[in-house]
Design a protein around this ligand. Structure first.
Ligand code: NDP
Length: 448
């Protein structure tokens, strides 16, 4: 392998010893693109990889807010502006107690290549806070969002950095964040955030986009294998925004999602999460103050497996939609033992590098996160276009564009893998296709 790639991975390791998630994705991406780097000696002369692994800017700030009893709390806020070579920084905000620099740098780094793959003019960024929305009242969420945006507004704008949602940040939080941005800036810049409600510039299909996108991407993989989703069972993890969109599209495509999960266990529904009532209930759970996956088991009379992950259920297709590194070697072995042929990542980096290698070595086709879940950010970029035009597109228009983008991501990934001798390896293909465009843009813009 390229000695330049090895050296940069090693240097990144030394510089960021306390950031395991960030190092995991840097190792995965740079290892994949080594053949491209070897073919371009000019990259090393321009210190391209050293610049690629260093965020252009990272902001950390204090967020002080009061709870309903008047007690003050202090959280930490972040925004990582990772790479702006292709457009304004773009990427979600995550509110979760596990948020730290390593998590946000891994998400920001992934976002750079994901956004490149969409072919839309967006750079990569990510942000959030270690604030835990679980168990908070609506008023507490609003006060936290207002305090967070009071500082964040200095660093973002429709042409500089456009955040969206992620874990713990949905339409409600985006609404409070936008309200505070507007109050402080006194300017109608609705292109500053995406994932907004429809009444002030949100896009139709944005809530569904990540989950739908995973299935549109999967459709191309099935076509490649002369197969379809019809009659297949699917194990989903998570029960949030991405899992909801995925469940909806799986049912439409004739498949059957049989599990959902949360931090405390999973629910098995052998009849499938296929009716409108069941699918819509996921939204209700996600929005409730004490959101918990067990609510589904209680309501629909299915089994809840406390403290367990859904990968012990046998299925034809596995689609993790919860959080990072939930698929380790144990789970990868369960997927292979189930005889599954397909694994698509709705969540970001849901598997360890070791687990991914095991799945691929055992013939499972892996649709990696930066390709399979790019539909969310793609429709966010379409929301930015609509905001710039001051027009709204129909759901059919947005959905058709999303479908086309996901097909192009699949095809470009497959082509890049083939070109560099990796056959139908969609992980390497996505990394290479995403990387080439960012590398070209950085080379053309000179050293900075
Ligand atoms: P939500 O906040 O809507 O849902 C998060 C889900 O993940 C919940 O079911 C939650 O369960 C579960 N979860 C969170 N932490 C853990 C944990 N430590 N262990 C097990 N389960 C956990 O988030 P999204 O659906 O928006 O995001 C899910 C994933 O998809 C994330 O990886 C995100 O980065 C990725 N993604 C999201 C996009 C979007 O458009 N929203 C776009 C692309 C990727 P519980 O409440 O019980 O903790």
């Amino acid at each position: 392998m390229s000695t330049y790639v090895d050296r940069v991975i090693e240097e990144t390791r030394k510089k960021n010893p306390d950031q395991p998630e960030f190092l995991q994705t840097v190792t995965e991406v740079l290892t994949s693109v080594a053949p491209v780097v070897d073919a371009h000696p000019e990259y090393e002369k321009a210190a391209l990889l050293e610049r690629l692994v260093e965020p252009e800017r990272q902001v950390m700030f204090r967020v002080a807010w009061v709870d309903d009893e008047g007690k003050p709390h202090v959280n930490r806020g972040y925004r990582i502006q990772f790479n702006g070579a292709l457009g304004p920084y773009k990427g979600g905000l995550r509110f979760h107690p596990t948020v730290n620099l390593s998590i946000l740098k891994f998400l920001g780094f992934e976002q750079v290549f994901k956004n490149s793959l969409t072919t839309l003019p967006i750079g990569g960024g990510k942000g959030g806070s270690d604030f835990d929305p679980h168990g908070k009242s609506d008023a507490e969420i609003m006060r936290f969002c207002q305090a967070f945006m009071t500082e964040l507004q200095r660093h973002i704008g429709p042409n500089t950095d456009v955040p969206a949602g992620d874990i713990g940040v949905g339409g409600r939080e985006i609404g409070y964040l936008f309200g505070q941005y507007r109050r402080v800036r006194d300017s109608w810049d609705n292109g500053v955030l995406t994932g907004k409600p429809l009444t002030y510039g949100g896009s139709l299909i944005r809530p569904e986009a990540t989950g739908y996108g995973v299935l549109y991407y999967a459709k191309n993989v099935f076509a490649h294998e002369n197969d379809t989703l019809e009659g297949k069972t699917v194990v989903l993890s998570g029960y949030g925004n991405v899992a909801w969109g995925a469940a909806k599209k799986i049912a439409e495509m004739g498949g059957k999602a049989v599990t959902i999960s949360g931090h405390n266990g999973y629910v098995y529904d052998p009849d499938g999460i296929v009716t409108e009532e069941k699918i819509n209930y996921l939204l209700e759970m996600r929005a409730s103050k004490n959101a918990n996956v067990k609510m589904y088991a209680d309501k629909f009379g299915c089994q809840f497996f406390e403290g367990k992950k859904p990968y012990e259920v046998k299925a034809d297709v596995y689609i993790p939609c919860a959080t990072q590194n939930e698929v380790g070697m144990d789970e990868a072995k369960l997927i292979v033992d189930a005889g599954a042929k397909y694994y698509f990542e709705g969540a970001n980096m849901p598997a360890t590098n070791e687990a991914l290698a095991y799945l691929q070595e055992h013939g499972v086709i892996v649709g990696p996160a930066k390709a399979a879940n790019a539909g969310g950010v793609a429709v966010s970029a379409l929301e930015m276009s609509q905001n710039s035009e001051r027009l709204s597109w129909t759901s059919e228009e947005v959905d058709a564009k999303l479908n086309t983008i996901m097909t192009s991501i699949h095809d470009e990934s497959a082509k890049a893998a083939e070109k560099y001798g990796f056959g139908y390896d969609l992980i390497k293909g996505a990394n290479i296709a995403g990387f080439v465009k960012v590398a070209d843009a950085m080379m053309s813009q000179g050293l900075f």
